[in-house]
Design a protein around this ligand. Sequence first.
Ligand SMILES: Nc1ncnc2c1ncn2[C@@H]1O[C@H](COP(=O)(O)OP(=O)(O)OP(=O)(O)O)[C@@H](O)[C@H]1O
Length: 618
Amino acid sequence: MAGNGKKKGIARLLELAGQKRTLLVASAVLSTFSMLVLLVPFLAIYRVLAEFLEHASAPGRIDVALIKRWSFVTVVSLVAGFALMYAGGMASHIAAFRLLYGLRIQLTERLGNLSLGYYDRSSTGKIKKIVEHDVEKIEKFVAHQLPDVVNAAAMAFALIGGMFYLQPWLALACLLPIALGFWAQFSMMMGERSRQALRQYYDAIESISSSSIQYVRGMPSIKIFGQTVHSFRRFYLDMTQYRDFLLRYADDFRHGYVTYRVLLLSLAAFIMPVGVFLLSRDPRNVSFAAVLLLFLALSPGIAVPIFKLNGLASTLGMIAESVRRVDELLDEPELTEPARPRVPTEYTIAFERVGFCYEGTAGERIRALSDVSFVARQGEVTAIVGPSGSGKTTVAELIARFWDTQEGAITIGGADIRDIPVGKLMELLSFVFQDSFLFSDTVYNNIAMGNPGASREEVYRAAQAAQCSEFIEALPQGYETRIGQGGVYLSGGEEQRVSVARALLKNAPILVLDEATAYADPENEHRMQRALRELMRGKTVIMIAHRLRTIRGADNIIALRQGTIAEQGRHDELLRLQGLYAGMWNAYVEASNWRLGERGHSDGADSPNDGGQSRMVD
Ligand SMILES: Nc1ncnc2c1ncn2[C@@H]1O[C@H](COP(=O)(O)OP(=O)(O)OP(=O)(O)O)[C@@H](O)[C@H]1O
């Protein structure tokens, strides 16, 4: 990632800005001219002052035409200066917005090509901050700070050069406090300590960003469980840490900053004694008096470009950190496309001695699967069961290359999944998760995204088969009703049926169901099972289930224990083994009977012995 020879920090920032070189050069030239033209009124002040002082004892001899001429020049130069400044600003803003657009497109393309596991690792808050906040920092640098630095530097050089030309001693009196101020500021603000502080600042912002998202998402739990819930505590802790960090930061740097500002804002206090001393040696030198007055008039203005340059220097570190974070995301490895692609025509999935470890936050390896081998045949249902944390979800996610296996291989129709082009692999798979994700869009579009080329008829047929046409037609605008903000909210079961309709429409040959009937009540579950039976016909089906009743009829049941296969076979075979599966089944039956006992009567809906009427797979 970092070792790819890519430039870093300011150099990388300038490289990014360099993509819009022509516009930026135009902006710099226009800004510099604008600044030089805007200095002309100071020259006018000097000439008029000199004229007044020269003829102070005989005002009648003052050259009125000269004063009118300089007044006219002042007005023209102000208008021209501001027009040039406007044109320069336009050029830099156009460059910045184009850069912003380009970066955001690159980032979103990269986000679309990353392995799905990246999203498990990275919080939404972190990604959101990079795409919004960090990119905007770069845009602001190009739009404002880059032109500012050019014209501030031009102004500073023009002023200092002019001052030395007019009166070197007064110029030195001005430069001394500027040099002292810079020394006070930079001796504190530069170096590793400052860079570390910046990094901490960014980490704190990212933390707040992700914990605030969690806080908002967890609001129902917060309301129910009061202030003890995790997301609130984390949010509160992040806010407190951020506050403490800022207070420490301000405390560390305040002396340098205050000294610097006080010195720069009191240049007149340094010019005055030197000026008075020089004037006392030659009190009749009228032109020196005019120069001294000009210096005093200019002294507050000298601080402006210097503050700008310094402001940029202190934010440059922040922008460089933003660039680093944007580059980090741009350098995230994409899913590799195979050198010699293979496209399977048969869809049996085989795990061959698969081992997999997650990487923990401190880089440690967390083993999730070891030596897992099984075959999920096309047209059959393979169920995966096991206690919590035994690796069921990992098995399902590895098939979609959320992560790549570190040991062994996974094949589809004999082709290693790493040899199947990524787009093709995604075409082959349909997932129905426990928590279905629906977009804030119409119901119709939510189903249609399963197959963007599908006709309206096909979308309606999929909805019908997924048992959701009835409730969709009862919605205020039917299929055109928006889901989520500004529209309607669906129940968990309804959302799941919409996602089954989406999967039906996609009609992929491999189907992975992760606890697909989790939200269904007895009535809905029956409908869901009918929908799923439709969806599963002829496919390779991998089904993760906690409610064992739903997988009793599976062709093969894989029972996982701590990332390894403890047993595999059909329901009856596994019961006879009297091992892990039999233990889970007995516990499940007991739990179901306990519930029935509590209610005092049996409606048969949740019974594991319900004669197969509600069996998902038979
Ligand atoms: N993103 C991750 N980073 C680190 N460890 C993980 C990650 N996801 C899962 N694990 C660990 O890997 C192991 C297997 O997890 P997995 O989610 O596959 O189990 P599971 O059987 O699906 O659990 P459950 O039934 O509770 O959903 C667990 O020990 C879990 O803590």
